[in-house]
Design a protein around this ligand. Structure first.
Ligand code: PEP
Ligand code: MG
Length: 885
């Protein structure tokens, strides 16, 4: 069928493609001219901001001379007017397409991610059109077209129950059933007037866009409250009927990997994407041993599609998926969308476009959402590892993790506070579990599917997550979970979650670190060239340091040395040190810890190969190293060869009401100076040793939880003394930098005088948030959800930096510190350091670097580069749906 491009006498068409159409107000039934629609000619004035991305994209295809059926775009204003009841002259609009022409309507919001109502095809179908089409294409094709329309209209426009319109093979009887179902539900027969059909379609789409849930959904994806919807009305290319007819989609890269590869389907005698997805008997596109292909059946069509793919990629500067229809052998391009893609593919595609000179490197860098990278960054179970599967579910968020079972969010938080990886095992998760999920290494639920709470949140957090493991029986009260084979696991037992495969394994299976491919590395190397703030990693152990290097962190910004003491062989010595009665005894225990610490630091320096390593002196309250429960204390009494009563008495004496505000951080350094002396010696001896094998190392030593200048003076004097003795004893010279962690409000306020003794300040925003709010890091989870839900806090301030309050302390300290010492290095090392929002804040405040966990380093590198590029005028990916010029 030829698609008519004839204008209608009532609609004077301007040369730029703009047609003026009156809009009829339903309320007053008066004709008022309040808007326009625009035909998509090459020169028509179409913009994403006024007509939406689809209209703009289709116009580009027209400009590229692709065979797009006649299309008319309705701008946002017109659609808003329709939603308000000012209905357009749809008869005039249809007349513009020509007598008897069927049309489709598709949504066209400014950004494709913001969604929109579903496409409606075959508008204009009625009994008389059916009869007319039957003469040309046969009765079966005409019935199929009508039935498809009745189903779409009934469920999307009249909003009838889809169960009443189950897809059935088109036949007279099935059509009659669908029409009868419509009539029974609506108390009127199916509308036959094409203009009325189109009016109702436009009205229902316009209203659907204004609905509360659609609004909330798109706002969650970054849409502004006033985001508009455009609509495109397109002449139907039928896809059913005589000759070689059908519909298909084609794309030219793999959606998972992004590697070049033609994929898609074509199905004869069907319409639209839905039929292509659902129908059986689809053809492969390229030659395939499994069955016939479009390439073999219609080689010239296939060759043209390949040509169009190349053309669209270069012209639209994006990897596209093309929707096409064959109508009696004639190829039509109906639509093209940005090819759907997983994160790995997004990276490869952006890099390939830049490598092919289609987009710039800057553009490639801004096109990849930083958060999407985290999906690529997770460990996987080693394929060679011994697997002991106990349950299967849906792998809802990729990656793998090992940890001890916990059944509650509170237990997950406690476990994380102890530095022990845990797996949160729940029947299903609810919003109250968010903090527990933040704390866990992986999540396992008995119920739920790909869109359950656990799945959605897990993906958002980049947390390995298996949901719907229905073979498990979780009894949180009894603290156990029973597998299908009868094995039972208790709280504290080790398991492995392989969320890539959707499996739960008993014990700790060997994990492989993420394999970051060339495209990922190349993109980040480009990002580094645009970035103007440093990115370091928080890394405590040699394994962490190796990971940090793998992610190309520019050094270690925070090494929490206490994590080195939790290993079994050190813990007993540590406890001996804690229980020492005299300074000599304490020193004797520390002398045993010294070689272990020295070896740790030597290895760290070796791995980091001359990159800066910032070592934080011991921070936690000592009671954290003591065993819990009577049994543990008895074992300790045995190990230390002391009476149990004494162990209990000493343990009680170490207990504090509010340990986070008690004897920890520099307060330990002042009261038990031997600990810091030992650590400083270990750092300096390791410095000398590691410097022998390469360039001189300049260690950075950081004092935690400072609140007064005098604390820094006292600790500095002792560390200087230790440095002097090591220099003398080893006959070697070295430098070191001493810095202060700003974690208390007072340290922020007094940063000017503190900076006199510190060459760097690093903001520990975890403690600083705790102290600024007077909010316990460990207990806030109990009410945080309510607070956020009720809008008391916009976000959990332990997750997203509170720029108004905590941020003000950062700015005050930065300003006062830099005034006292112009060359002062400033950084952030709290959990906020990896968040793009915090990086933006720190960058604006002139910080030198951010430090975050190794897995967030790539995200931080990319986010930092995007911030710098945005400042130079590159739009952010959120506001850049499709690169259409
Ligand atoms: C902080 O308080 O922000 C910090 C990095 O230290 P920690 O989390 O070890 O207390
Ligand atoms: Mg801290």
């Amino acid at each position: 069928m030829r698609v008519s491009r004839a204008g209608h006498p009532r609609l004077p068409r301007r040369r730029d493609g703009v047609c003026c159409t009156p809009i009829r107000s339903a309320a007053v039934q008066q004709h008022r001219q309040i808007a326009q629609f625009t035909e998509l000619t090459p020169k028509a004035k179409i913009a994403s901001e006024t007509h939406g991305w689809r209209a703009k994209c289709l116009q580009r295809l027209v400009r590229l001379e692709m065979p797009v059926p006649q299309t008319v775009a309705l701008p946002f204003d017109t659609v808003r007017a329709i939603a308000a009841g000012n209905l357009p002259d749809t008869a005039g609009l249809l007349a513009h397409f020509g007598e008897g022409q069927l049309v489709s309507v598709r949504p066209s919001s400014e950004n494709p991610d913001w969604g929109g109502p579903g496409t409606i095809l075959n508008i204009g179908m009625n009994e008389s059109r059916r009869a007319a089409l039957a003469k040309v294409h046969g009765a079966e094709a005409a019935t199929a077209l009508y039935m498809h329309f009745v189903q779409l209209y009934s469920t999307h426009v009249a909003r009838l129950d889809p169960d009443l319109f189950e897809p059935a093979p088109p036949s007279e009887a099935a059509l009659a059933r669908a029409l009868a179902a419509y009539e029974a539900e609506m108390d009127e027969s199916f509308p036959q007037d094409p203009a009325q059909q189109l009016t109702e379609v436009l009205r229902s789409m316009a209203r659907a866009w204004e609905g509360t849930s659609a609004r909330l959904l798109r706002q969650a994806k970054g849409a502004p409250a006033e985001a508009g919807l455009g609509l495109v009305v397109q002449a139907m290319a039928l896809g059913v009927g005589s000759g070689n007819s059908g519909s298909g989609v084609i794309q030219f890269a793999d959606s998972t990997t992004g590697q070049p590869q033609v994929t898609g389907r074509f199905q004869a005698q069907v319409q639209g994407r839905v039929s292509v997805r659902e129908g059986g008997g689809a053809l492969y596109l390229t030659r395939d041993p499994r069955g016939p292909s479009l390439e073999e059946l219609a080689p010239e069509v296939f060759a043209r599609l390949m040509e169009y793919g190349k053309c669209a990629r270069a012209g639209l500067r994006e990897e596209m998926q093309i929707e096409f229809t064959l109508e009696d052998g004639k190829l039509w391009v109906l639509d093209a969308v940005k090819m759907p893609r997983a994160s790995r593919a997004a990276v490869r595609i952006a890099v390939a476009l830049a490598e092919d000179g289609i987009i710039s490197r800057e553009e490639a860098v801004v096109r990849v959402e930083p958060a999407a990278l985290s999906e690529l960054l997770h460990p996987q179970v080693d394929p060679a590892a011994r697997r002991d599967p106990v349950a299967r579910g849906i792998g809802a968020s990729p990656g793998a993790a090992q940890g001890r079972i916990v059944f509650t969010s509170a237990a997950a938080q406690a476990s994380a506070a102890r530095g022990e990886p845990c797996i949160l095992v729940r029947r299903e998760t609810t919003p109250e579990d968010i903090r527990g999920m933040h704390a866990a290494s992986a999540v396992l639920t008995e119920r739920g599917g790909m869109t359950s709470h656990a799945a959605v949140i897990g993906r958002g957090l980049g947390l390995p997550c298996v949901v719907g493991a229905s073979g498990l029986r979780i009894d949180a009260h009894a603290g156990k979970v029973v597998a299908g084979d009868g094995r039972s696991f208790r709280e504290g037992d080790l398991i492995t979650i392989d969320a890539t495969r959707g499996e739960v394994l008993a014990g700790a299976a060997a994990l492989l670190e993420p394999a970051l491919d060339d495209a990922f590395r190349l993109l980040l190397s480009w990002a580094d060239a645009f970035r103007d703030i440093g990115v370091r990693a928080n890394a405590d152990t040699p394994a962490d340091a190796r990971l940090a290097r793998g992610f190309e962190a520019e050094g270690i910004g925070l090494c929490r040395t206490e994590h080195m003491f939790f290993e079994e062989d050190r813990l007993t010595v540590m406890r001996e040190m804690i229980f020492a009665d005299t300074s000599e005894d304490r020193r004797a225990a520390l002398d045993r810890l010294l070689p272990m610490q020295r070896a740790d630091f030597t290895r760290l320096f070796g791995i980091m190969q001359g990159l800066p390593v910032c070592i934080r002196l011991f921070d936690p309250p000592l009671h954290e190293f003591l065993p819990h429960g009577r049994e543990g204390l008895r074992n300790l009494a045995d190990a230390l060869d002391r009476p149990l009563s004494e162990i209990i008495r000493r343990a009680e004496a170490l207990a504090e009401f509010n340990p986070m505000l008690g004897m920890r951080g520099v307060r330990l350094g002042i009261t038990l100076p031997e600990i810091y002396d030992m650590q400083a010696r270990a750092i300096f001896e390791a410095t000398v040793e590691a410097s022998r094998n390469g360039a001189p190392i300049v260690p950075e030593i950081m004092i935690p939880l400072v609140s007064a200048k005098r604390e820094v003076e006292i600790v500095k004097a002792r560390i200087d003394a230790v440095a002097a003795s090591v220099r003398m004893e080893l006959g070697a010279d070295f430098d070191y930098r001493l810095g202060v962690m700003v974690e208390t409000p007072r340290a922020a306020l007094r940063a000017g005088e503190i900076a006199q003794h510190a060459s760097f300040l690093s903001f520990g925003t975890n403690d600083l948030t705790q102290m600024t709010y007077g909010l316990s890091r460990d207990d806030a989870g109990r009410f945080m959800h309510t607070y956020v839900q009720r809008g008391v806090f916009t976000e959990d301030p332990f997750h997203i930096l509170d720029v108004d309050g905590v941020g003000e302390f950062l700015l005050i300290a930065a300003e006062r510190g830099r005034k006292a010492r112009a060359d002062l290095t400033l950084s952030i090392c709290g959990e906020h350091g990896g968040n793009p929002e915090s990086i933006e804040f720190c960058r604006k405040a002139g910080f030198d670097y951010v430090s975050c966990s190794s897995f967030r380093v790539p995200v931080a590198r990319l986010a930092a580069a995007q911030l710098a590029l945005r400042e130079k005028g590159m739009p952010s990916p959120r506001t850049r749906p499709l690169p259409l010029r």
